[in-house]
Write a protein that binds this ligand. Sequence first.
Ligand SMILES: Nc1ncnc2c1ncn2[C@@H]1O[C@H](COP(=O)(O)OP(=O)(O)OP(=O)(O)O)[C@@H](O)[C@H]1O
Length: 496
Amino acid sequence: MTTSTRAEPRLGHTYADALPELVTDWRAEEPLDPGLVVLNEPLAASLGLDPAWLRGEEGVRFLLGAHVPDGARPVAQVYAGHQFGGYSPRLGDGRALLLGEITTEDGALRDLHLKGSGRTPYARGGDGRAVLGPMLREHVVSEAMHALGIPTTRSLAVVATGRPVVREDGTLPGAVLARVARSHLRVGTFQYARALDDPALLRRLAEQAIARHHPAAAQSDAPALALFEAVRNAQARLVAQWMGVGFVHGVLNTDNVTISGESIDYGPCAFLDAADPGAVFSSIDHQGRYAWGNQPAVTGWNLARLAESLLPLIAEDAGVDTDGAVELATASLSRFATSYAAAWHDVLRAKLGLPAGLSDDALAPLGEDLMALVRGGEGGPPVDHTGFFRDLSAAARGDVAPARDRVLDVAAFDEWVATWRALDPDADAMDRANPVHVPRNHLVEEALEAATAGDLDPLRRLLEAVTSPYEVGDVDARYREPAPASFGAYTTYCGT
Ligand SMILES: Nc1ncnc2c1ncn2[C@@H]1O[C@H](COP(=O)(O)OP(=O)(O)OP(=O)(O)O)[C@@H](O)[C@H]1O
């Protein structure tokens, strides 16, 4: 990536030029009284953006979409999506703009996207705005995910607009999140293009996705199927990593599943304390569709929607009819289970400090027995996910008590530990795979509440902790404790 900086950023518009049918040229709403709340200086520098300029008046207006550099072409992107299983034919950036693309030194493109920048033609009934607290939540969680080594969109900055935003729970400060992503191509983008019934457009979209994210697919005789397989494998790896850190996305609609394999949209997400597979935090997920333990299965369902969208191209590439394409796509989709199992075993091997050479067959029963203990089993509550796995490093070093004290079925635990320790786990490697700091819900809420009231100190402290997730350091012990009982059940909300 580039390290040279220049004041006025140069933004490209490859996507808008290649797919004019999927964008609308648009401008951001004028801010009332803008104020920079947080700036991610290392990210800015890595993109060749000048942090000093970004902090200045013109830079802040740039981060709100109010100052558009020469040559930039801000657009709202259109997409469709299955939301909780029901199809919405036209969603799109209702409150967001793609400002343009930054080219890194190695030639890769990074989208610069503004969320909360005002109503667009895709706003439907919404006001086009975003609230400061939820945008700061996205800042904290995306930077924590990045530090954990999980592919994610990044947060460049959060800027207050000075505009009050009316929500169910009152009038709240408005803000814009400046987000950086490998792209904003979603499964829903393909669903939208497919519904237009224009194979040439669908082909151009697939070519964009291949060029930007999965270039090896271009070498295949069947590029559309190769693209699907690359997305399938990237999503399998992503969800396995979420499961490893106890992350619940909360709204895995097809418009929130990226083609790049990055996590996107930290609206109603949460990190688990208690490792309950049925854990749901979102106020609207009544059926538990997006529960922690359901994320692999629902990702398979979302990938089926991508495969359906690609059918005309799969048929064309293979010279077969639709039935033939369905057969090819179904066979490829059915390999998601294997792909996910392999990705999960990689995560588990790392979390348990076991060698890469240990076979999946040897690992699988060990993993299943462990996860049964973690879930708590008959009559016992699930254990604290983050704390338990971190305590296993101490167990690998011979101090079994901290992990043992967390589980109810100590006999089963002792048996499990004996089997595991016979495999000679590497405790130092475990410390690099099991975080000590994740953005626990009570800490996030505390930081957002204080920030909304004007005190940014708790947010800074939380950011410091979660951006060094594997180091105990001199971070206060409360950043590694689960929520106190007084915090109660936690509920998150979409679209704030
Ligand atoms: N206040 C709002 N005004 C207009 N549109 C909105 C508003 N809130 C959400 N939307 C739109 O509703 C849809 C679903 O919202 P969701 O909260 O999943 O997306 P988002 O958080 O705005 O964006 P992203 O998925 O890019 O992170 C999107 O099309 C989004 O643009």
